[in-house]
Design a binder for this molecule. Structure first.
Ligand SMILES: [Zn+2]
Length: 221
């Protein structure tokens, strides 16, 4: 099964993509994670991506398309995968369609996790991270000691793209570029909208129900 997850930054789509991957035993492909890893490792790709991400801009299509094409050609993607953070532009959506077509495949479902802008701004601008990978939030997941990681004692920091002015810019870009994608998948008949406002566990339940209605059962096939 090939699942595309759509949703604004901060909609919780990363969490839900990970849930789908685990529940159905397919790889979780996050372009954001791939970029962050390359940035951390100081690769050429990382340097290119960083210029855009730090400004809250989307990484250009030619960079992103190449990465996704490589990744979904992997053997572990033969039974399907869940895409998180891609496609983000209509050109990427068309590119993905033709990539899949080449191997006789198509996306089964595009899930749009819907959260209002005010909610997104609140969720993202309260977020902090640790080098060890833990994430915290001023309302939802406070560390025991302010500014210090519970797990490793490291100092917490706010990611550049979670700073309020960057969040607003990311949202504006998101709506501009993603609006046409949502329309495209709606016309293709594979769009499913999910309310992303409730707790993550509730959202997960709704997603599993929608996937079940499409004939996808949990526990691996
Ligand atoms: Zn830590």
């Amino acid at each position: 099964m090939i699942v595309i997850l759509l949703g604004a930054p901060g909609s919780g789509k990363g969490t839900q993509a990970a849930m789908i991957a685990e529940t159905y035993g397919i790889p979780h492909i996050s372009t954001g994670d791939i970029f962050r890893k390359n940035i951390k490792d100081g690769t050429e790709l990382g340097r290119k991506a960083r210029e855009y991400i730090d400004k809250g801009l989307l990484v250009p299509d030619e960079v992103t398309n190449g990465i996704v094409a490589d990744r979904i050609a992997g053997k572990d993607c033969a039974e399907g995968f869940v895409l998180d953070g891609y496609p983000r532009t209509i050109d990427q959506a068309l590119m993905l369609g033709s990539l899949l077509e080449k191997t006789g495949r198509r996306a089964d479902i595009a899930i749009d996790i819907i959260v209002g802008d005010d909610d997104v701004i609140h969720r993202l601008s309260g977020r902090s991270m640790c080098k060890c990978g833990e994430t915290y939030h001023v309302d939802y997941k406070k560390p025991r000691v302010e500014g210090i990681c519970d797990k490793c004692g490291g100092e917490l920091y706010v990611r550049d793209d979670d700073k309020p002015e960057t969040v607003v810019r990311r949202l504006r870009e998101y709506h501009e570029k993603t609006g046409p994608i949502i329309e495209y998948y709606r016309k293709s008949g594979i769009l499913a909208g999910i309310d992303g406002t409730p707790r993550p566990a509730e959202v997960s339940k709704s997603i599993v129900e929608v996937l079940g209605a499409h004939g996808f059962v949990t526990g691996g096939e």
